[in-house]
Design a protein around this ligand. Structure first.
Ligand code: PXL
Length: 272
């Protein structure tokens, strides 16, 4: 019998939460990986069910830490060569401990951290514990991080970010905490008339801009961006190249209108 194995594509692992509606989280990660020609596997950290009766607050159920470790073990066991890892919503301090343990065990390359700090409907005390643990344990392991405006300000220790100069400063401050590549996202929120993000790797500081699409908040754009960065790193792109492609993917993916107060993304529109 002939060997049925064709060429193995690059492989990416998402350690992320499920967002049932399909607009964000692990669902988005898998779709983005697939779209960019990367085989995806997933270790779920939590299950988010948005509540349409309560303004789409997030109902979050954490996955048992040992089960998270078991899933990562399964992913690595089947796919011995994982080319990149995306870390999305972790949601609790025990989950962060489990992921920290797995990152020690497997020493993955190309770790992209989307530092999902606070989730709609989460208690403040819980959110603070997650922030602290994420910064102490996961951030220093990241090859690249993709904070949004709020996350950039929090991680950089700044009160707020309202200008491009402040966003550049935040990217540098986060880099100085030991993250080799930072993609600090503002999207359309700094009033530049573009979707603007800042890339910094310690030497190169680039302001990346694409045209804006609409003027409403887009659900899942951040997950899609970080997943696209992960897929491109898995394929061998440099961090800056990955950031540029990822912005184009997000730009192309915006525009599905659901029964929710915001637009969301569909990866099928990007043609590369
Ligand atoms: O977009 C941030 C995010 C990440 N991961 C999960 C989510 C969300 C937002 O809804 O539910 C699982």
């Amino acid at each position: 019998m002939s060997d049925p194995v064709k060429t193995t594509p690059p492989i990416a692992l998402a350690i992320a939460g499920s967002e049932a509606s399909g607009g964000a989280g692990a669902q988005t990660d898998l779709k983005t990986f697939q779209q960019l020609g990367v085989y995806g596997c997933v270790a779920l950290t939590c299950i988010v069910s948005m509540d349409p009766k309560k303004d789409f607050d997030h109902r979050v159920v954490g996955i048992e830490p040992q089960v998270i470790l078991d899933q990562i073990e399964a992913c690595v066991g089947v796919n011995p060569r994982i080319d990149a890892v995306k870390i999305g919503m972790l949601g609790s301090a025990p989950t962060i401990d489990a992921v920290d343990e797995a990152l020690t065990t497997y020493s993955f390359k190309n770790i992209v951290l989307d530092p999902v700090l606070i989730c709609k409907g989460q208690e403040f005390a819980e959110a603070k514990a997650v922030d602290d643990a994420l910064r102490a344990k996961i951030l220093p392991r990241a090859t690249m991080t993709t904070p949004n405006l709020f996350e950039s300000a929090t991680l950089a220790g700044m009160d707020e970010i309202t200008t491009v100069e402040q966003l550049k400063d935040a990217a540098k401050r986060i880099h100085d905490q030991g993250v080799p590549n930072v993609l600090a996202k503002a999207g359309p929120t700094l009033g530049t008339g573009t979707a603007l993000d800042v890339f910094y790797d310690g030497t190169t500081l680039e302001v990346l801009e694409t045209e804006t699409v609409g003027d409403v908040r887009v659900h899942g754009a951040g997950c899609t961006l970080a997943a696209a960065v992960t897929a491109e790193l898995a394929k061998g792109a440099t961090p800056l190249e990955a950031a540029v492609t990822a912005k184009n993917v997000v730009n192309a993916s915006i525009g599905m209108r659901g029964n929710i107060p915001f637009t969301y993304v569909w990866q099928g529109w990007y043609e590369g």
